[in-house]
Design a binder for this molecule. Structure first.
Ligand code: SF4
Ligand code: SF4
Length: 475
């Protein structure tokens, strides 16, 4: 029997990693559960209680690979590819310190050893392959390097896909997205965004000081002023914009407040629900002390938001995507059986090799399955299948017994880059996720112990839900 016990403010809570339910415990039940945890001998009466607990906590296992029909899965994922990322160039006009100075390991330096741009011919062949294998591609994402350096190529690719749609070669037009550093958003590229209804994700790391510490141009100057100006320009043209923020150990030390950051983005740019994530540095860069500061900042951000929801002050709710994802999973019991979408999406490198995600474009370990020269044959699909199997939490030794497995989302790219293995779990985000999950479970449990507070919270949460935008296109 699997459970996790929490205690705060005199309230004892049990969380079931299997059903994702959580319960307030009376003293008697708590004592029995502690005895079970310590594997102590139970009295006759306690054994009856144990049976009751067992019946409550055990439900059909969710997210189990054994309950997964492989043929149905194959048929299904060949119907829909959630996202196809085209790395149109590995060149960049910036020299962010994440990529250049902080790390000695070549894997952290994303694609900068030599610059290479994708050709239109490569893009067309790759798209032909993917549209042949998949019935539908939900999103085409442009990524780099800095993808806006290849504005004409992006325009030609969009036109090529549009032609496929208007000629009936593909049934449904994908949506378009781009992840950009936001420094080169001239009218030419903005017209392309407008014509093809792009969602634009801009990297912005807080205010000027924080942002300019890491995100510098080739000439060594900070990029904040230009990026802020361009975000406003995009908003004026009614282009949907999301913000992706990277938190570094240095910014945590100067008290980066996640709630304040979300507030700042909403007040300054009118952008809600930013995707705020810790920089994927190795554990020695994220010391234990700094990781704890990071966790405190996120949990404080959650507390402030949940307090504001309970009080009905919805105009002071400044959610961030991490919180929304965990809260949503816990409230809806949406069990996440896989660690991340890699493999259910794909990426094309500038030279035309196919990968399970842009984060796994790496020559030292060949994650590729197919290329523009080989196409995608049955052997490539088998290779992709075995990659996808490694994504299931139930097949990962650590995840299969982790209490947070129901609501966490990992990143296989971060696992590989920080731990040299897809089976490794990046502890910075694992610990952060667990801490946030615990905070939400305890907060909701405390609320549920007072029906008036709980009812009020639920009503307000429903009102809020209607205003929070959907999932960010990044992950
Ligand atoms: S929190 Fe980490 S260890 Fe736990 S299930 Fe998620 S990825 Fe696995
Ligand atoms: S979570 Fe990471 S590895 Fe997985 S699809 Fe997203 S970026 Fe790629």
């Amino acid at each position: 029997m699997e459970f996790k016990l929490f205690k705060r403010n005199g309230i004892n809570v049990c969380y079931s990693p299997v059903t994702m339910d959580f319960y307030l415990l009376d003293t008697k039940t708590l004592l029995v559960m502690k005895k079970i945890q310590r594997r102590e001998k139970l009295s006759k009466e306690e054994k009856i209680k144990e049976k009751e607990i067992e019946n409550t906590l055990i439900a059909p296992v969710r997210g189990s690979i054994s309950s997964f029909d492989i043929e149905a899965r194959t048929a299904n994922y060949l119907q829909v590819l959630s996202r196809l990322t085209l790395i149109v160039t590995n060149d960049c006009n910036m020299r962010c310190k994440y990529c250049y100075e902080s790390m000695n390991d070549v894997k952290y330096k994303f694609n900068f050893s030599s610059t290479m741009g994708m050709s239109l011919d490569t893009a067309k062949k790759a798209l032909d392959d993917y549209f042949r294998v998949y019935k539908r591609i939900q999103t085409i994402m442009f990524f780099g390097g800095e993808p806006t350096l290849k504005a004409n190529l992006i325009k030609d690719i969009c036109a090529y896909i549009n032609d496929k749609y208007t000629s009936g070669t593909i049934e449904q037009m994908p949506s378009f997205g781009i992840i950009t550093n936001g420094t080169i958003l001239n009218n030419h590229i903005i017209d392309i965004f407008l014509k093809y209804e792009f969602q634009v994700t801009v990297s912005l790391d807080g205010g000027k000081d924080d942002h300019d510490r890491y995100r510098i141009l080739r000439n060594g100057m900070g990029s904040y002023t230009k990026v802020a100006e361009n975000i406003k320009k995009l908003k004026e043209r009614n282009i949907p914009v999301m913000i992706q923020s990277t938190i570094t150990p240095e910014s945590v030390k100067v008290d980066r407040d996640v709630y304040e950051l979300s507030k700042q983005y909403l007040n300054k740019f009118g952008i809600s629900n930013p995707h705020i994530v810790p920089a994927q540095f190795s554990d020695d860069v994220w010391s234990r002390e700094v990781s704890e500061l990071l966790q405190n900042e996120f949990t404080e951000g959650i507390q402030k938001n949940l307090d504001a929801i309970e009080a009905g002050n919805l105009d002071t709710v400044y959610p961030f995507s991490y919180m929304i994802s965990i809260l949503g999973a816990l409230v809806s019991k949406d069990y996440k059986g896989i660690r991340c979408p890699a493999g259910f999406e794909a990426a094309i490198s500038p030279e035309g090799k196919y990968y399970p995600c842009f984060m796994l474009v790496d020559e030292t370990y060949d994650f590729s399955f197919g290329s523009v020269s080989t196409g995608i044959d049955s052997n490539h699909l088998k290779k992709m299948d075995s990659f996808i199997m490694r994504n299931f939490k139930s097949l990962n030794t650590e995840c299969s017994t982790c209490w947070a497995r129901g609501f966490c989302t990992g990143c296989l790219g971060a696992s590989y880059k920080t731990g040299n293995s897809l089976d490794f779990n990046y502890q910075i985000t694992c610990n952060l996720t667990k801490q946030m999950g615990e905070e939400i479970i305890l907060y909701l449990s405390e609320l549920s112990s007072v029906p008036e507070r709980w009812n009020c919270f639920v009503e307000n949460f429903k009102r809020l839900n209607a205003t929070v935008p959907g999932k960010n296109e990044t992950c």
